[in-house]
Design a protein around this ligand. Structure first.
Ligand SMILES: Nc1nc2c(c(=O)[nH]1)N[C@H]1C(S)=C(S)[C@@H](COP(=O)(O)OP(=O)(O)OC[C@H]3O[C@@H](n4cnc5c(N)ncnc54)[C@H](O)[C@@H]3O)O[C@H]1N2
Ligand code: MOO
Length: 436
């Protein structure tokens, strides 16, 4: 462990300076969700691809329904049906003077027609009052023939969605750098793209260390605790956008740990370990990885440092293996591990994804507690809190202990107390990192 104390920002800058976005790959649309596009996507088909009806009703000529009312309806001859998915009227028929075609929402406007009258503005071909819908064609095929009484006039283009009114061929659909979320996937599908070129989700291997750790579901014996870090951080990695692999706890044995990490490198774009980075006699991550350096793989190596922060003082960072896979060794205390993940691993994951915005949002809020907070001098403290956006306040939950997982589970924010502040009075404005 180097004797220099690193600031939070120096450590973060060091990590981000060495993390490059992953090489782009072509993915099927559903697999690209959450990824960043690397090339502009240009529209090849117009949307909509043809003039079509926005209502179930009758395609008409405007002059035929001019002045129509319920008392004096325009009586038109129905020459057929145009259903969604059909190319138009049968036998290339045209809607001529005095004629109408029954048309469904999304169906192409037939030749000769200029507008659509919704079925509710007609008698629906029944010869009675205003209709409230059409009968199924299978039950009443005669609806596609006979007469219809139109009760209201329409202007040209009424209830018609023009070809290209959404987007025209040649226009950009999505720009490089866009994040492919659900509406973007919808747009890409709508313009006929089945694949896109994006930066892939990073594969993150999460590995906890400690001979005291037992997997949930098993029985605890003396001195043992459940491994919560590997679960929490795997979930956090997924939440950040990664494909996360959880490796259950590795016992405090340097050789076993080295072998386990080496085995995992095949599926890792980034490796995260927890525990074993402090100054104890069994701090195995430090023991195992401090020696992984130039002799094995030039350019590789993990450096262990002390940071001016609380929690999260001891940290390791470097790279490992033939591909110089980034490795972040986080402290074992569960709150320290989680806060370190939020501050350092999450931005690294998002940088690998090529996202422009790698950080959680930070807001200013007033301290809502009834007593002052204390914080160690020279360390940036991240206390757990609940943020109330409406009141503009943040209230601490639990204390500063790095083992307080129950309080962490109640928190949705981190209250940031700067290095040079040792006491924060209620009502003081402070930085708050929002975790959701
Ligand atoms: N003499 C000193 N002791 C300690 C110092 C120090 O500066 N001098 N720093 C303390 C700080 S701060 C931290 S943080 C911890 C970091 O310790 P390690 O990274 O070596 O972690 P461990 O010793 O393995 O574990 C610490 C603590 O967390 C529990 N733990 C570990 N892994 C898990 C897990 N996967 N799930 C749940 N809980 C876990 C572990 O049982 C310990 O209680 O060192 C301080 N000590
Ligand atoms: O800095 Mo340690 O991470 O307090 O708990």
């Amino acid at each position: 462990m180097s004797s220099t104390i690193w600031s939070v920002d120096e450590h973060l800058d060091d990590i981000l300076a060495s993390v490059r976005p992953l090489e782009p790959i072509e993915l099927q649309l559903p697999d690209a969700q959450g990824c960043v596009l690397v090339k502009d996507v240009v529209v090849e088909v117009a949307l909509p691809p043809f003039d079509n009806s926005s209502m179930d009703g009758y395609a008409v000529r405007v002059a035929d329904v001019e002045g129509a009312s319920e008392e004096f309806p325009a009586v038109l001859t129905v020459i057929g049906d145009v259903a969604a998915g059909s190319a138009g009227l049968a036998d290339d028929q045209v809607v001529g003077p005095g004629q109408a075609a029954r048309i469904m929402t999304g169906a192409p406007l037939p030749a000769g027609a200029e507008a659509v009258v919704p079925v509710e503005w007609t008698d629906g071909g029944t010869g009675e009052g205003p209709a409230d819908g059409m009968r199924a064609h299978a039950d009443a095929p005669e609806g596609a023939t006979g007469e219809v009484r139109v009760h209201r006039p329409v202007t040209a283009g009424a209830h018609v969605r023009k070809r290209g009114s959404d987007v025209q061929p040649g226009e950009p659909a999505l720009a490089a750098g866009s994040v492919v979320g659900p509406p973007q996937i919808g747009l890409l599908a709508a313009i006929g793209c089945s694949t896109v070129v994006v930066r892939p989700r990073p594969r993150v291997v999460v590995l906890s260390t400690g001979s005291e750790l037992v997997q949930p579901g098993e029985a605890l014996t003396g001195g043992q605790i459940y491994d919560s870090n590997s679960f929490a951080l795997t979930a956090a990695a997924r939440d950040a956008g990664a494909i996360a692999y959880r490796v259950g706890a590795v016992a405090d044995d340097a050789e076993t740990l080295r072998a386990t990490i080496e085995d995992q490198l095949i599926r890792a774009d980034i490796v995260v370990t927890t525990g074993g980075v402090s100054v104890g006699a069994y701090d195995v991550v430090k023991e195992a990885l401090s020696s992984v350096g130039d002799a094995d793989e030039p350019g590789s190596g993990v450096e262990f440092r002390k940071l001016a922060m609380q929690p999260g003082k001891p940290q390791g960072f470097g790279s490992i293996g033939p591909d110089h896979t980034p490795l972040l060794a986080l402290p074992g205390n569960p709150v320290s591990a989680y806060v370190s993940f939020e501050l350092f691993v999450r931005p690294a994951i998002r940088a690998l994804m090529g996202l422009a915005d790698v950080h959680r949002p930070t807001v200013r809020a007033e301290l809502g507690s009834d007593k002052a907070l204390t914080s160690p001098a020279g360390r940036r403290q991240f206390l757990r809190g609940r943020y109330d956006a409406e009141a503009g306040t943040v209230t601490p939950v639990g204390g500063s202990g790095s083992h307080l997982v129950a309080a962490l589970a109640q928190a949705d924010a981190l209250i940031v107390v700067p290095e040079d502040v040792t006491s924060v009075e209620p009502g003081t404005e402070t930085d708050v990192v929002l975790l959701r």
